[in-house]
Design a protein around this ligand. Structure first.
Ligand SMILES: NC(=O)c1ccc[n+]([C@@H]2O[C@H](COP(=O)([O-])OP(=O)(O)OC[C@H]3O[C@@H](n4cnc5c(N)ncnc54)[C@H](OP(=O)(O)O)[C@@H]3O)[C@@H](O)[C@H]2O)c1
Length: 281
């Protein structure tokens, strides 16, 4: 019998990719603020649980405000959406013995932190990381829950898609030389959701490349993979940019020490991302 999966935030990039690839394998119940979803859940208002099916094997939690800058500007709405209502909904699901796979982030660690394994204490500095860390703490009270921490996920219509379009047209791109990133291909994350569902994982798990690089070096590697000229890739320091950078981690990848965690080589991760970009162009 197919497992029944509640996909909370089904319109998100990550959940959409999981749905696209796994709608045949699982019975997926979608939930978002969109009328096209099976269930309507708006985390900015009081949540109505009456329509949530009794029999669910697991819930994957992808909903939330994810623009780091927006979370710093107005704290009240993000606190409601990303923390208070998220915890309320998780508690209600756990009360029905439904385990949750909650998608968290490297931003639960401070920007200067060099230690960030599953066993290290969260040290958030921005609201985005702080709210995620609060939810993580709550979720760890119910043993069957899983917290999946991810670095930057690269999907379709991402920054790299725009860079690739510019490079293909011979237009220069300007990239941060002092902000590090550990990019993960979105399909790998969707596959990992499936692995976690099937392995009945629990606790904190990490999925991450084993290293990171600057956005500038990422762009150079992209140019190389597209046979575009390196001279089109310009570097800029975030200090000289008008775009304010809130989260500049000294180390953008996660240490992976636990059984359910998975580390992938950075080169392999980049190859999957670039191949996917080429296939979609
Ligand atoms: N993408 C990454 O690189 C990355 C890395 C680490 C962790 N994560 C985490 O993974 C999760 C999914 O990321 P994503 O990038 O795929 O997200 P996304 O595309 O930004 O989508 C965010 C989702 O949250 C929903 N949402 C926003 N406000 C809501 C509210 N008030 N009530 C209910 N739902 C609301 C949106 O639904 P609507 O369609 O209704 O707006 C959408 O489904 C997020 O929790 C994010 O923090 C992402």
């Amino acid at each position: 019998m197919k497992k029944i999966v509640l996909l909370i935030g089904s319109t998100s990039k990550l959940a959409s990719c999981f749905y696209k690839n796994y709608a045949d394998k699982y019975h997926i119940v979608t939930s978002s603020r969109s009328p096209s979803s099976d269930l309507n859940i708006d985390l900015s208002t009081k949540i109505d649980l009456t329509h949530i099916p009794d029999r669910l094997d697991v819930a994957i939690f992808c909903a939330g405000m994810s623009n780091i800058k927006e979370l710093e500007q107005n704290v009240l709405l993000p606190a409601r959406v990303n923390c208070i209502s998220t915890i309320d909904l998780c508690r209600a699901l756990n009360a029905r013995r439904i385990p949750i796979i909650f998608i968290s982030t490297t931003a639960v660690f401070s920007q200067s932190s060099n230690i960030n394994s599953e066993f290290d204490k969260a040290t958030p500095e921005c609201n985005y990381g702080l709210f995620k860390a609060c939810v993580e703490n709550e979720l760890m009270l119910f043993k069957p829950n899983t917290v999946l921490r991810l670095p930057k996920v690269i999907g379709h219509n991402s920054l790299l898609t725009k860079w690739a379009e510019s490079l293909a047209q011979g237009r220069p791109i300007t990239c941060f030389s002092d902000i590090r990133v550990a990019p993960l291909p979105i399909k790998l994350v969707a596959d990992y959701f499936s692995y976690l569902i099937d392995s009945s994982s629990n606790g904190i798990v990490h999925l991450s490349p084993n290293s990171d690089l600057s956005y500038y070096n990422l762009a150079l590697k992209l140019a190389q993979s597209l046979n575009a000229s390196n001279s089109l890739v310009k570097s800029i320091s975030s200090d000289d940019s008008t775009a304010e950078a809130i989260y500049k981690p000294a180390k953008a990848f996660l240490d992976c020490r636990r059984k359910y965690s998975q580390s992938i080589s950075l080169d392999e991760s980049l190859k999957l991302i670039f191949d996917d970009l080429k296939a979609c162009s």
